[in-house]
Design a protein around this ligand. Structure first.
Ligand code: IPM
Ligand code: MG
Length: 407
């Protein structure tokens, strides 16, 4: 924690020159420079980096170098600005999302977040929790659509706790509503009931426009995938879910080519481990999406592999690995940077429309896994155990080797 806090301090003092603050992940930068020099940048994007807490700074450092290299090969130049967020922002300026961080994020073309949170701030009051900063960031950027893919890679099928025949070939996408529902609904708070007993309460509420817009994102997503959408709710009990289902059915009229089904959330939780291959695209509310996307991630074997994209109808998207800050392994060079690297690929694809650069990164990750490199969380016998930095260097080598292939 101390290291990430001091890193933040440096960044705030020099917000304009963040590119030189992180140690390069690769020990062989000359090849990178060479590649960058041969392609004249034609496009420039500004990216806000929010390293955050725990393993966040380590994985963001790797992703930044991968972005730089993949970008340079596609004539793209990035201007990175690192800003404090989460626990490290709390230590630095006393709030989990400083105004400067939100305004920098809003002005940029895309935002890449590492992870936030840690034991140190767990007992803080709610408005001083790192998680509150993340919710404020999602709200501030109005990123209502959270895409969380869960793909079982053939290289990692043995990392799944499910039987091989159940896990292999799983390729699903959870589309989670991110700025509404019980996370934000009012009234909320603590109080006393008529018996004088203390209570805590929240409100699950959705308006028409909120369900309609997330449903449209989900139908569009399903259309680009395998054309199947399953809407998950608890419409047998909750009014908010009955309403959700009614609106999803109404929007479905615009997408006759997409096959729509509905499932109660308890059944969906069961089906995800029973037969996950039945799912293509899942759309659900904020809290069910939070839970089901963690469950879906475990089918793939490691939460350390899974990226996410949060998108609004305009403005920059927010891209982050779905894993947390893992304070127990922070600053030990043990973290798996691949979820953040793949989040950078989602940033290119969904945030900037730079599909070629995104593909380069995705291919490089697959090649690195094919070569047998594994961090501890995805390690199995016969492979090569590496740390966060070395994994990053190997991904860089694979991105770089695609130059030769492209020439
Ligand atoms: C997630 C996390 C967050 C959430 C927390 C950290 C606020 O669990 O992104 O899934 O509940 O949305
Ligand atoms: Mg979660």
């Amino acid at each position: 924690m101390a290291a990430s806090a001091s890193l933040m301090k440096i960044n705030v003092q020099h917000p304009i020159k963040p590119m030189f603050l992180l140690k390069p992940a690769s020990q062989k930068p000359s090849r990178i420079r060479c590649a960058a020099a041969t392609t004249k940048p034609s496009k420039r994007y500004s990216i806000t980096l929010l390293p955050g807490d725990g393993i966040g700074p380590e994985v963001i450092s790797v992703a930044k170098h991968v972005l730089n290299l993949a970008g340079s090969l596609e004539g793209i130049e990035f201007n990175f600005q690192e800003m404090p967020m989460g626990g490290s922002a709390l230590d630095l300026v006393g709030v989990p999302l400083p105004e400067e961080t939100l305004s920098a994020a809003k002005k940029s073309d895309a935002v890449l977040l590492g992870a936030i949170g840690g034991y140190k701030w767990d007992k803080n009051e709610k408005h001083l929790k790192p998680e509150t900063g993340l919710l404020q960031l999602r709200e501030g950027l109005r990123v209502f659509a959270n895409l969380r893919p869960a793909t079982v890679l053939p290289q990692l099928v043995d990392a799944s706790t499910l039987k091989k025949e159940v896990a292999e070939g799983v390729d699903l996408m959870v589309v989670r509503e991110l700025t509404g529902g019980i996370y934000f609904g009012k009234p909320r708070g603590f109080g006393t009931n008529e018996d004088g007993e203390e209570i805590g309460f929240n409100t699950e509420v959705y308006a028409t426009y909120e369900v309609d817009r997330i449903a449209r994102v989900a139908f569009e997503t399903a259309r680009k995938r395998h054309g199947k959408l399953c809407s998950v709710d608890k419409a047998n009990v909750l009014e908010a879910s009955m309403f959700w289902r009614k609106r999803v059915i109404a929007v479905a009229a615009e997408y006759p080519d997409v096959e729509l089904s509905h499932m109660y959330v308890d059944n969906a939780a069961m089906q995800l481990v029973r037969n996950p291959k039945q799912f293509d695209t899942i759309v659900t509310n904020n809290i069910f999406g939070d839970i089901l996307s963690d469950e879906a991630s475990m089918i793939t074997g490691s939460i350390g592999m899974l990226p996410s994209a949060s998108l609004g109808s305009s403005g920059p998207g927010l891209f982050e690995p779905i894993h947390g800050s893992a304070p127990d392994i922070a600053n030990q060079d043990k973290a798996n940077p691949l979820a953040t690297v793949l989040s950078a690929a989602m940033l290119l694809k969904y945030g900037l429309g730079e599909e070629n650069a995104a593909k380069r990164i995705e291919n490089a990750v697959l090649e690195t896994l094919n070569k047998g490199f594994r961090t501890g969380d995805i390690y199995s016998a016969g492979n090569k155990l590496v740390g966060c930095k070395e994994m990053g260097e190997e991904v860089l080598k694979s991105v770089d080797s695609q130059v030769a292939a492209a020439v």
